[in-house]
Design a protein around this ligand. Structure first.
Ligand code: NCD
Ligand code: ZN
Length: 353
């Protein structure tokens, strides 16, 4: 298939993004703001965003950290805990700026210690979310030490997600950053109220990228990269045109030292070239014609928000990726550091503050 030299899309949104706080936020927000109109902002700050008041204050900090003239709009989320009250959920809905509540099984990933230890504790909050139609955004991995890290997503479906969806037959759920054939099947054969985000890195890499030729800490994320057959299943699921699969980068910056360590932490910073990476994955899979709906239509349609009116153009010209980027007093190693990505977002200058 011959590839076009340029493609113009409705301006996209990122439905799963970690922006951090303070100097780290100031360093990374520009990268997302040049590409995306809106982003669902994850609440797993060191002191998690557990209340509407905290979400409002965090939202203000994000708005102030945007580059001059940026219209980037953060869509806030709350962090579900064992103690989240139904009233807190109703307050979140009334705020108008909170668009989901994130479930982190306690201990599943970065800053998830305050997450849910037992879903029964969160029952009143989940009932309120179902009644208010506020989506539950799920980090879908069990934390049971007996379960192999590569199986944690598949086991989560069977042990947690399927039963939860039966217990709450109208709860709207986003299965975040799906990585397996099991999750892709579960979503595409599932009901309208179930959607999923897919990252660029899980579309581009399999677990060899983590472990062949050495340990590659900048390819370590959660859920961990999987076998090639799972990567192919994610691409195939998107290739069906399922309108409940949408773009969510899960771009998750960490200082270089926290990644290049005896116990490196999970998270890949893809925001610097997010859309270019998706374009590369879609072009390689021969489905560039699916990119616009995935990046710009399915997300807002599912969340009940208007599609963006602006456009964005990608050129089939390589973008060089720096070896490292400033990150407050630290440095940040972006995905593909020192290499290049096959596409370039036109006018994306000033992508890092
Ligand atoms: C995320 C982070 O660093 O906040 N890390 C990651 O590997 N994706 C947390 C998460 O989304 O699991
Ligand atoms: Zn995430």
């Amino acid at each position: 298939m011959t590839l076009p030299d340029t493609i113009t899309l409705t301006r996209p949104d990122d439905w799963h993004l970690h922006l951090r706080d303070g100097p780290a936020l100031a360093a990374v927000v520009g990268a997302s703001a040049v590409q995306f109109e809106r982003a669902i902002v994850m609440p797993n700050l060191r002191s998690p965003v557990t209340t509407t008041d905290r979400a409002e204050a965090y939202r203000e900090r994000i708005l102030s950290a945007r580059p001059d003239g940026s219209a980037f709009s953060p869509l806030m989320t709350l962090y579900l805990t064992d103690r989240t009250a139904a009233d807190e959920i109703r307050a979140a809905c009334a705020s108008g700026f909170i668009h989901g509540v994130k479930l982190y099984p306690a201990g599943a990933t970065t800053n998830s210690d305050a997450g849910v230890t037992d879903l029964r504790q969160a029952w009143p909050a989940l009932e309120a979310m179902q009644a208010e139609r506020l989506p539950l955004l799920v980090h879908g991995e069990v934390t049971d030490p007996e379960v192999d890290v590569f199986d944690r997503e598949a086991v989560f479906i069977e042990r947690v997600l399927a039963p939860l969806m039966n217990d709450f037959p109208e709860l709207r759920v986003v299965f975040e950053h799906i990585t397996t054939a099991d999750a892709a099947d579960f979503v595409i054969t599932g009901p309208e109220r179930l959607a999923a985000t897919v990252t660029a890195h899980h579309l581009l890499l399999n677990r060899n990228a983590l472990l062949v030729g050495g340990v590659w800490p900048h390819h370590y994320c959660l859920p961990v990269l999987k076998r090639e057959r799972h990567r192919q299943a994610l691409l195939a699921a998107i290739g069906t045109g399922c309108n409940r699969l949408f773009l969510g980068t899960d771009s998750a910056p960490h200082p270089r030292g926290a990644k290049e360590s005896a116990c490196g932490c999970a998270g890949i910073f893809t925001a610097y070239t997010a859309l270019e990476l998706y374009a590369e994955a879609f072009a390689e899979a021969g489905m560039l014609d699916r990119l616009e709906a995935f990046a710009s239509h399915h997300g807002p349609d599912w969340y009940g928000l208007p599609r963006n009116v602006g456009t964005l153009t990608l050129e089939r010209q390589p973008t060089p990726v720096p070896e490292a980027l400033p990150f407050g007093n630290d440095t940040l190693v972006p995905f593909r550091a020192g290499g290049e990505v096959a596409w370039t977002v036109r006018n994306a200058t000033g992508r890092m503050a």
